[in-house]
Design a protein around this ligand. Structure first.
Ligand SMILES: N[C@@H](CCC(=O)N[C@@H](CS)C(=O)NCC(=O)O)C(=O)O
Length: 195
């Protein structure tokens, strides 16, 4: 299988963590990809021109990261179902939502100053703060096993520190920060560190 990948993509990192956890890395060929300078082959696989995208021989390509995660979990026979699965997907959605807002701020900051929107930057920042508040208020307690929800959360929090260090969120969300500090010391987090 081919995984279109970018080293700094937190969504791709989440899948690399999952693939390692499921023992599927040997089946995955990493294709370094710049989605902003897409090859015709990549666009053919994903018309949205986003990483991660997974191409399984003989099958239609898969995107986005949540869909690919489901595929890998099913393939490993390790997927959950029912209410527990819904709650896990919700925690993944929270983490990915924090990542989405952080990525939007980063992209906005790279535009010429006159084109930047303080309104949207404030709105994305507020979403991150509320997301962190939700983790701090209790959601982080459910991340007690190294599953997809925990992987997504670790990638989101590390992306904040990688790209938006001025947020300095750890001082304001100490319980979440303690969880994160344990997560980033894992060997697989170190091996997938984009810095
Ligand atoms: N919801 C998607 C988000 C993927 C995404 O936004 N990836 C970024 C890189 S981190 C990308 O490819 N951006 C290129 C673009 O938006 O054109 C997922 O979970 O896979």
């Amino acid at each position: 299988m081919k995984l279109y990948y970018a080293k700094t993509s937190p969504y791709t990192r989440k899948l690399l963590l999952l693939a390692r956890h499921l023992g599927q890395t040997d089946d995955i060929e990493i294709v370094d990809t710049d989605p902003l300078d897409a090859t015709p082959e990549f666009l053919d696989a994903n018309p949205l021109s986003k990483v991660p995208t997974l191409v399984v021989p003989g099958e239609p390509a898969l995107f986005d990261s949540r869909v690919i995660a489901e595929f890998l979990l099913d393939r490993a026979g390790m997927n959950d179902s029912g209410r527990a699965k819904t709650e896990l997907l919700k925690r993944q959605a929270l983490a990915d939502g924090i990542t989405d807002a952080a990525l939007a701020i980063v992209q906005e900051s790279r535009r010429p100053e006159a084109q930047r929107s303080p309104y949207w930057t404030a709105r994305w920042t507020a979403a991150i703060e509320r997301g962190l508040g939700h983790l701090e208020a209790g959601a982080v307690n459910a991340l007690d096993h190294w599953r997809l929800d925990a992987m997504a959360t670790a990638c989101a929090l590390d992306y904040l520190n990688f790209r938006l260090p001025a947020l300095a969120w750890e001082a304001r969300f100490p319980h979440t920060a303690a969880w994160y500090q344990t997560a980033i010391k894992r060997k697989d987090m170190i091996a997938t560190d984009p810095r």
